[in-house]
Design a protein around this ligand. Structure first.
Ligand SMILES: [Zn+2]
Length: 332
C-alpha cells in the first residue's frame, strides 16, 4: 500500500475544525450512550492466530506466479472450508503496471451465507515481489509476515473462533482474502492506485456474487507488530466515519486504546484495498493499519527483507481480532 502524505494535513485541519464546534458536554453524552458492552464475543486464541501467520510465512514469499503463492492459496481455501465457511474462489488475470500478467485469486469465505445483513472482513494474502525499502536486499522478495500474513492470520483465527462458539453473530460475514495487492510502485506506476490493490480493484468491479452488497467492511493490514498503533485512517474517515468511530469506541470500551489510539486526530490517507471497495463497489470500508503516531510512517521493517516472524506479537494479533469480533457481535 501507499501513503499519500500530502493528504495528512488536510485531514488534520478538517478534524480540528469539526471537533472545536462540539462542546465537552456533547462528547460526554455520546460516550455515555454506548458505554456498556451488552453481548460479549467469544475469546480468540492468541497463539492460534500467531500459528496461522507462521504457517503462511513458512511457504516463503507469496509472490503471484510462484509455487509458494499457489500453495498458500490452496492452504487458505482448505482452512476456510475446515472452519465451515462457504468458499468462493475468484480466479482472474491481473496485469501489473509493468505489463506482467499474474495468475491471481481472491478467496472468499462466507459465514452465515444466507443472512441478508453482511459485513466484509478483508486482508491481502500476497506478498511484495521485491524489498525496495531495504538498505541492501532491494531485489529480494518480501516474506510479508506483517505486511500480508498478519491480517489473514487474524481472520483465520476469527473464523475458527466463530465456528467453535456457542453463540454466533447475528450478521453474515464475508472474509475476503484479496490477491495481488503489493505489486505497486509509487515512483513508476502512473494509475490512480500506483500499481497496488489489483485484487480489490478486480473484486470491486466484479463481485463474487451477482448483486452482492454489504453493510460495511473492515480491512486489516499490518496488524501484527509488537506495540502497533492504529489511528483512524484518512480515507476511512472520508468514506466510513461512523464505522471507524464505532470500532475505535469498541476498542476503548475493551481497554485497548494503547493499540487503537484515539487522539482525536485523523492519520494519513493510505491507498489500500479499502479504496476501490469504497469508490467502485460503494461499500463503506475502513482500514485498520499500523502507522507511527508522529511520523505517520509504516512499521520499521515495511517492504524490507526483515518483515519476518520476529516482527509478530501474538498479543497484537489477538487485540485486533478481538475488537473486530466484538464489533460484529454487537451488530443487531
Ligand atoms: Zn506492502
Amino acid at each position: 500500500m501507499h501513503l499519500n502524505k500530502k493528504l495528512i494535513f488536510f485531514w488534520l485541519a478538517a478534524v480540528v475544525t469539526v471537533s472545536s464546534c462540539k462542546s465537552k458536554k456533547q462528547d460526554q453524552e455520546e460516550n455515555k450512550a454506548t458505554e456498556t458492552i451488552t453481548v460479549k464475543a467469544p475469546d480468540l486464541n492468541a497463539d492460534s492466530a500467531f500459528a496461522y501467520v507462521a504457517r503462511q510465512v513458512a511457504f516463503g514469499p507469496r509472490v503471484p506466479n510462484t509455487e509458494a503463492h499457489r500453495r498458500c492459496g490452496d492452504y487458505l481455501i482448505a482452512k476456510l472450508k475446515q472452519f465451515g465457511c462457504e468458499v468462493t474462489v475468484q480466479s482472474f488475470t491481473a496485469t501489473t503496471y509493468d505489463g506482467i500478467r499474474l495468475n491471481a485469486r481472491n478467496i472468499i469465505g462466507s459465514i452465515n451465507p444466507n443472512a441478508s445483513k453482511r459485513i466484509i472482513l478483508a486482508s491481502h494474502w500476497d506478498s511484495r515481489p521485491y524489498a525496495d525499502q531495504d538498505s541492501v536486499a532491494k531485489t529480494r522478495p518480501v516474506l510479508g509476515a506483517n505486511d500480508g500474513a498478519s491480517g489473514v492470520g487474524v481472520l483465520l483465527e476469527l473464523a475458527r473462533t466463530v465456528q467453535q462458539a456457542g453463540t454466533k453473530p447475528g450478521v453474515g460475514i464475508d472474509i475476503i482474502f484479496f490477491d495481488a495487492e503489493d505489486w505497486g510502485n509509487s515512483e513508476r506506476a502512473r494509475d490512480e492506485y500506483v500499481g497496488f490493490c489489483l485484487g480489490s480493484q478486480y473484486w470491486s468491479a466484479n463481485k463474487h456474487k451477482a448483486g452482492y452488497s454489504a453493510y460495511y467492511g473492515i480491512l486489516l493490514d499490518m496488524v501484527g507488530a509488537k506495540g502497533a498503533t492504529f489511528q483512524k485512517e484518512g480515507y476511512s474517515m472520508q468514506y466510513a466515519p461512523t464505522i471507524a468511530n464505532k470500532v475505535w469506541q469498541t476498542a476503548s470500551q475493551m481497554g485497548l486504546n494503547q493499540y487503537f489510539v484515539d487522539s482525536g486526530r485523523t492519520g494519513g490517507s493510505i491507498t489500500d484495498d479499502h479504496l476501490p471497495v469504497n469508490k467502485v463497489a460503494k461499500i463503506p470500508m475502513i482500514d485498520i493499519i499500523h502507522t507511527h503516531l508522529e511520523s505517520g510512517n509504516f512499521f520499521a521493517d515495511w517492504h524490507t527483507a526483515d518483515d519476518d516472524m520476529d516482527n509478530i506479537d501474538a498479543n497484537t494479533l489477538k487485540a485486533v481480532g478481538q475488537v473486530v469480533l466484538q464489533t460484529l457481535y454487537q451488530e443487531e
